[in-house]
Design a protein around this ligand. Structure first.
Ligand SMILES: [Zn+2]
Length: 270
C-alpha cells in the first residue's frame, strides 16, 4: 500500500490527504485530510474542528475548495460518542440545516459530502456502488462498543437497500496499538471479538488495536474483508500530520466521503 501523502489542489488551496487503500468504486471518493493544508490565510498546521470557530471553518472551506466542493457543502452532525445514525442531505450541518446528534451519517444523495471529525477515534468511510449509499462513521471505543458500525450498515440496508457484501470501507488515521493503553470501563465493554485485539503487557494496562476491532466488526456484519483498507498510521505518533486527543497536537481531524454529481464522466480527486 502506498503511504505517501497525496496532494490535491484547486484554486489557491492545497490539501494533503493520507491515502487509504484503492480508489473507492462507483464514483465515490474518500478523503482523509492531514493538518498540513496550504492556502492563503491558513497556518501551516490547521484544525478542522466543528466547533473551532472561524479559523477551523476557513480550513474546512479551503479543504472543500481543494476537493472541488462548494464552501459550506459538508454534512456533519454533532458527535456524542453514541451509536446513533442520521440520514443527511447535501450541506446539512449545524450551520445550514437541522441534523440530529449522531455518530454516523448516511446518504445516497449525489453531491453530498459526509464529514466525520476524530482525534484518535477511527473515522470509517463506507460506500456501496450497487445501492449508491455511503456512510461516515465516528468509531471511538464508546461508539464502537455501543454498535455504531453495525447500526450504520443496518441503516444503509434499511434506508437504501444496501447489501453489506458490496460495501467498500476505508478506516482512517487513528490511535495505534503502539499508543493505545486501555483500562477501566472500556475493558468491561469490549465484546469477545474486540478482546482478541488486546495485547497484554508486563507493566501497565493492556493495549488495544482499535482499528482491528473495527475491521472485525465490519467483517462480522457482512462486509467483505477484501474491500476494507486501513490507514496504518497512528495519530498520536504523527503530531505534524494529525490531531490527537492523547498526543500534543490538539484539534480535530476531518474525513470526508463524497459522491460526485453525475456529469457524464466521473470527476477524479487527483
Ligand atoms: Zn502511536
Amino acid at each position: 500500500m502506498k503511504q505517501e501523502i497525496e496532494r490535491v489542489s484547486r484554486g489557491e488551496s492545497t490539501a494533503a490527504l493520507w491515502p487509504v487503500g484503492d480508489e473507492m468504486p462507483g464514483g465515490f471518493s474518500a478523503a482523509f485530510a492531514t493538518r498540513a493544508m496550504s492556502a492563503p490565510g491558513l497556518p501551516p498546521l490547521v484544525d478542522f474542528a466543528r466547533t473551532g470557530g472561524d479559523a477551523a471553518k476557513q480550513a474546512r472551506d479551503r479543504l472543500c475548495e481543494a476537493l472541488g466542493l462548494p464552501p459550506g457543502s459538508l454534512s456533519f452532525a454533532k458527535q456524542i460518542h453514541s451509536a446513533d445514525v442520521a440520514v443527511a442531505g447535501p450541506g446539512q450541518n449545524e450551520a445550514s440545516g437541522f441534523l440530529p446528534d449522531a455518530d454516523a451519517l448516511i446518504s445516497n444523495a449525489e453531491g453530498a459530502a459526509l464529514a466525520v471529525f476524530t482525534a484518535d477515534c477511527v473515522p470509517i468511510l463506507m460506500a456501496d456502488p450497487e445501492s449508491g449509499a455511503m456512510a461516515a462513521v465516528h468509531a471511538g471505543w464508546r461508539g464502537m462498543t455501543s454498535g455504531v458500525i453495525e447500526n450504520a450498515l443496518a441503516a444503509m440496508k434499511r434506508e437504501f437497500g444496501t447489501n453489506p457484501q458490496g460495501v467498500s470501507a476505508r478506516l482512517g488515521p487513528c490511535v495505534g496499538l503502539c499508543c493505545y493503553e486501555v483500562g477501566g470501563e472500556l475493558l468491561e465493554r469490549l465484546s469477545d471479538s474486540d478482546r482478541k485485539h488486546l495485547r497484554p503487557r508486563e507493566t501497565g494496562g493492556p493495549r488495544l488495536d482499535l482499528d482491528a476491532c473495527c475491521r472485525t466488526r465490519l467483517e462480522a456484519a457482512g462486509v467483505n474483508p477484501k474491500n476494507v483498507f486501513s490507514a496504518g498510521v497512528c495519530t498520536k505518533c504523527r503530531p505534524n500530520l494529525f490531531a490527537s486527543y492523547r498526543g500534543r497536537a490538539g484539534g480535530l481531524n476531518i474525513s470526508i466521503i463524497l459522491k460526485r454529481p453525475h456529469h457524464g464522466g466521473a470527476q477524479c480527486l487527483k
